[in-house]
Design a protein around this ligand. Sequence first.
Ligand code: NAD
Length: 278
Amino acid sequence: MTPKVPAITLNDNTSIPQLGFGVFQIPPADTERLVSVALEAGYRHIDTAAIYGNEAGVGRAIAASGIPREELYVTTKLWNDRHDDAGAALDESLERLGLDRVDLYLIHWPCPAQNRYVEAWQQLVGLREKGLTTSIGVSNFLPEHIDRLSMTSRVTPVVNQIELHPALQQWKDIDAARVHGIRVEAWAPLGQGRTDLLEAPEIVDAATAHGVSPAQVIIRWHLQNGVILFPKSSHPERIRENIDVFGFELSSGEMADITSLDEGEDGRVGPHPSDVES
Ligand code: NAD
């Protein structure tokens, strides 16, 4: 049975499947096979990036699937050394993906010391106008970067994709996005597999109570919080497990127990957005 993944309406009136498949760190040689597994399992939203080096594999899996293009949602991202060259960078991504447009194009990191993200955003606005991407958004933007875009552009990002999981809950950034009508996407939704998170009693107890896995509990916690996410796995059985999350619901008590796991900045598994320039 095809899983019923909810669709979220974005501020440009398009919609995005709330749960997708992320391909960070999936080797190019494995990408076509694993994205094919994901599409067979019912995923219709794939999150990749130029820097992952695996857009071509994503494209081959899409082409082989026979799934109509309009049923798929494909995101890719502009890398940090192309903030002044977004048009050519997106052309190259489209070529590798074998697509004539993506659904969502993101500025991958703000790179504040380079100070070119406003210029990059203006270029993304132009690419959207040309129909090369349906929607545009940002990733790893701090509230101050979003504020600056809002002061310099009429176009608001549809999403901000940030590191977000039970150990790093980012309430301040979520609130800042909400003020602008921007939806939050969680990267590293499983904390990149941090075992202390998957073994936390609050998560294991909920998993036992519902007869599901700890990863499924964390995915459900994000979904019930209204966040968009795309957990990654290289294992077919886990890829299928991670979308089999629509047959149970966490209680408000279970949600609150998981929310108590926030470690703030200490919970980060990736770099702070102020520190990434290349
Ligand atoms: P993730 O939180 O999805 O963790 C993936 C890891 O969790 C796997 O490698 C595995 O170790 C474990 N795992 C997955 N399913 C499991 C299961 N069912 N049971 C037990 N363990 C399981 O981490 P991620 O890949 O970093 O993040 C997801 C996606 O977010 C990426 O693939 C990518 O698309 C995106 N991303 C974006 C950025 C950004 O800067 N915008 C950065 C990192 C990731």
